[in-house]
Write a protein that binds this ligand. Structure first.
Ligand code: ADP
Length: 256
């Protein structure tokens, strides 16, 4: 119960990795604010907890300053100061080559995937500085290192998340705030496997053949890494990009 009475904020908490993070932190004794643009799914995440009193579903659009501010006020009223922020909300673009991506799609993807983590961090950092401690865990991707896991907007945003992670670490590490990124590979979530199948990862068998682990990652495995990074055992880990991809990047030249 290493997070007993700590307040954790998870964005994108309505499904996939975010929902699993809420469950794992609650299992460690935390009180968790489950933020999502889809309020119904955030409520479902909290309702599914063994003790729903440990969770607070909150509507947020992470790309909107006003929405982030109002979510933060709700959280402050419910739980006080935030100890851990997991920036996990995200969208993928349409995997089209750059010249076919409408500008609005570029802007929306950058706004949610990159500006969102910045706005959320900006909102929690003053309180963390006051207490002299805090942890931020950003969900990046293997698309933070390589192409083809999305279109140019997604790949650029995820590269940006690593830059943001490192800069925040540089700016705040010495003031008690640890900031790290998780870089998942093929993880079975709503984002990669929407209901009705995915139209951008059609060849799952071929994908699997390239991954030394020979399987997709589960949201729970990602969530356990987030809990580890947020905990005291990870006290010396600052500004890191923790790859959890079953060896995919390492074996990038494996023939399909
Ligand atoms: P993953 O598990 O890989 O994070 P999902 O698609 O399962 O992928 O989850 C992403 C979550 O982020 C979804 O629940 C989605 O509703 C949420 N989300 C998407 N856009 C926003 C946004 N602008 N603000 C907050 N949450 C968002």
């Amino acid at each position: 119960m290493s997070f007993h009475d700590k307040v954790v904020v998870v964005t994108g908490a309505g499904s996939g990795m975010g929902r699993a993070m809420v469950q794992e932190f609650v299992a460690q004794g935390a009180r968790v604010a489950a933020l999502d643009i889809n309020e119904v799914s955030a409520v479902a995440t909290v309702k599914a907890l063994e003790n729903p009193d440990q969770g607070l579903p909150v509507h947020v659009d992470v790309s909107s300053v006003e929405s982030v501010d109002s979510a933060m006020s709700e959280i402050a009223e419910w739980g006080g100061g935030v100890h851990v922020l997991c920036n996990n909300a995200g969208i993928v673009d349409s995997f089209r080559p750059a010249h076919e991506i409408p500008l609005e799609e570029w802007h929306r993807t950058i706004a949610v995937d990159l500006t969102g983590p910045f706005l959320m961090a900006r909102a929690v950092i003053p309180g963390m500085l006051e207490r002299g401690e805090g942890v931020i865990v950003n969900t990046a991707s293997i698309s933070s290192f390589s192409a083809a896991g999305g279109g140019s907007a997604y790949t650029a945003a995820k590269h940006g998340v690593l830059g943001l992670t490192r800069q925040l670490s540089f700016d705040y590490g010495r003031r008690g705030i640890r900031v790290n990124a998780i870089c998942p590979g093929a993880t079975a979530t709503g984002l990669t496997m929407p209901e009705g199948g995915s139209d951008f990862l059609p060849d799952t068998e071929a994908e699997l053949g390239r991954i030394p682990a020979q399987r997709w990652c589960t949201p729970e495995e990602i969530a356990k890494l987030a809990v580890y990074l947020a905990g005291d055992d990870a006290g010396y880990i600052h500004g890191a990009a923790m790859v959890i991809d079953g060896g995919w990047l390492a074996a990038a030249r494996n023939p399909i």
